[in-house]
Design a protein. Structure first.
Ligand code: BG6
Length: 484
């Protein structure tokens, strides 16, 4: 790790992510004394606004998005004083010169650039930074997803950014990697002797990964339509979770070792084709219904026109390597599901031979790792039901660990706190390397092309359900069922 960047340039500073996540995270880092001394945040957006007006906006956002007991007017005032607002439009050389002026004498002390803009602006912004002389060996660049909309376009973005920055300076953000719970998967797998010897096709029957959301489009029509759940959630967040669940143990907790192992998994995903998608994938789109007792409209109504974009996807994925041969990974994610629930379920195989006879109630073990909304780890194991029955009666009970109880009193951090701190300090382990993004897209492209060839359109599902009924059939055909 190098010295922490003394300056952060945030493009897209007037946007939703900056208000909801990035500034509250910077506030928290400052409150915990984790920002470098004399830190400068150059906030930039296309809107021409006065610096004080922007600072007022950020203060309002902090009051809105931080919990009341967290907001402290003194810390907010210190953060406010660190922010300089600089209107910038990609392509406007004068504005970039003005930006460079603000950086006078600071470039050598390290600059982290954060692109929270539409992806079409990534390359033009980076090029303008280069022309303004703002890219040096101590400059880093972070990019929000999506990196492209398929493999070819993601290569274009990576080529354009790669022409100006070395890979060691590029930080591709997948905010799921900043979540404590996702990092905890590494701790669970590699910090315990218990699981690793069984973590393979010999002992595991299948794996399920679910990320359910209750929200709908939330005013993101222009971004979401034509993108859909596969590109929005599976290509990045879900495949990152899958790669951490499935990877070989890295030799060390460092960016090369961890990402080398993840990319091997991503490259081992079996591509699909027009035939495979018919059996191994389900697309859905929500129609009117009720979520949490609230009546909600359908996707097409929110959009104002019919659409073939999927808001739900379920997949049966195969990882073609030694460890996972024959173990399906079922993935499902969707909007307007009955509950906000992200979890991983590891279904173990039955014991090899039951000494308890047929009616003893023996069930295979299950490990459930709940990521959201609450964090817990549950291991379902068999125990003897108390009683004098001649034939032992078994019953499933759970070993239950609630992480919020285990770490009561410790604040759960925003994922972006971890990621911003790592960016400033140049620590890349929790950022996505180019080869990972491209392996993710290669697999996703095979599914999209399969859908096109098979002319597969999303099936409707009423809001408040776990997708269309075909999603249930996808797993039940194999004798398993979704863990809801
Ligand atoms: C984003 C997607 O990347 O992740 C959104 O674009 C989705 O559609 C969000 O709602 C989910 O993130 P989280 O942290 O709320 O699970």
């Amino acid at each position: 790790m190098t010295e922490a960047s003394a300056t952060l340039i945030l493009f897209g500073a007037t946007g939703d992510l900056a208000h909801r996540m990035l500034f509250p995270s910077l506030y928290n880092l400052l409150a915990d004394d984790l920002l470098p001394h004399d830190f400068l945040i150059i906030a930039s957006g296309r809107t021409d606004m006065a610096q004080d007006a922007f600072r007022d906006d950020i203060d309002a956002a902090l009051q809105k998005f931080l919990s009341a007991d967290r907001y402290d007017a003194d810390v907010a005032a210190r953060l406010r004083a660190m922010i300089a607002y600089q209107p910038v439009e990609a392509g406007n050389a004068d504005q970039f010169r003005a930006l460079a002026k603000r950086l006078d004498g600071r470039l050598e002390r390290g600059v982290s650039v954060y692109l929270s803009t539409p992806p079409s602006l990534f390359a033009p912004t980076a090029q303008c930074l280069a022309q303004a002389g703002l890219i040096g060996p101590a400059t880093r660049i972070a990019m929000e997803k999506p990196i492209g909309k398929d493999l070819a376009s993601s290569r274009d973005v990576n080529d354009a950014i790669g022409a100006l920055f070395d890979e060691s300076q590029i930080f591709r953000v997948d905010h799921y990697l900043g979540k404590e719970t996702v990092q905890n998967l590494l701790a669970l797998r590699f910090g315990n002797m218990l699981f690793e010897p069984l973590w393979n096709a010999t002992a595991i029957d299948h794996v399920q990964i679910t990320v359910g959301e209750t929200v709908g489009l939330e005013g993101r029509v222009s971004y979401y339509d034509g993108v859909g759940a596969l590109r929005d959630m599976v290509q990045n967040h879900m495949l990152q979770i899958l790669s951490i669940i499935a990877m070989e143990p890295p030799a060390r907790m460092d960016p090369t070792a961890v990402r080398d192992e993840k990319v091997k998994v991503l490259r081992s995903l079996r591509p699909m084709d027009g035939e495979a998608v018919k059996v191994h994938s389900v697309r859905g789109q929500y129609t009117p219904g009720a979520v949490g007792g609230q009546i909600v409209t359908g996707y097409a109504d929110e959009l104002g026109q019919p659409s073939t974009t999927e808001t739900f996807v379920a997949l049966k994925a195969h990882i073609d390597n030694w460890r996972w041969q024959g173990v399906p990974f079922y993935l499902r994610t969707g909007k307007r599901m009955p509950s906000r629930q992200s979890e991983i379920m590891i279904q173990f195989k039955p014991v090899r031979h039951s000494i308890f006879g047929r009616n003893g109630g023996l069930e295979p073990n299950t490990l459930i790792i709940r990521l959201q909304p609450e964090e817990n780890i549950r291991l379902l194991i068999m125990t003897k039901r108390p009683g004098l029955d001649r034939q032992v009666q078994l019953e499933e009970v759970s070993l239950d660990v609630s992480l919020s109880n285990a770490f009561a009193g410790q604040r759960r951090r925003i994922a972006y706190e971890r990621l911003l701190l790592d960016l400033l300090e140049g620590e890349q382990t929790l950022f996505v390397r180019r080869d990972e993004v491209e392996a993710q897209w290669a697999w996703i492209d095979s599914i999209i092309e399969g859908w096109r060839n098979a002319n597969m359109k999303p099936a409707p599902y009423a809001s408040g359900n776990w997708g269309p009924s075909s999603a249930i059939a996808l797993i039940e055909r194999d004798g398993a069922s979704w863990h809801d």
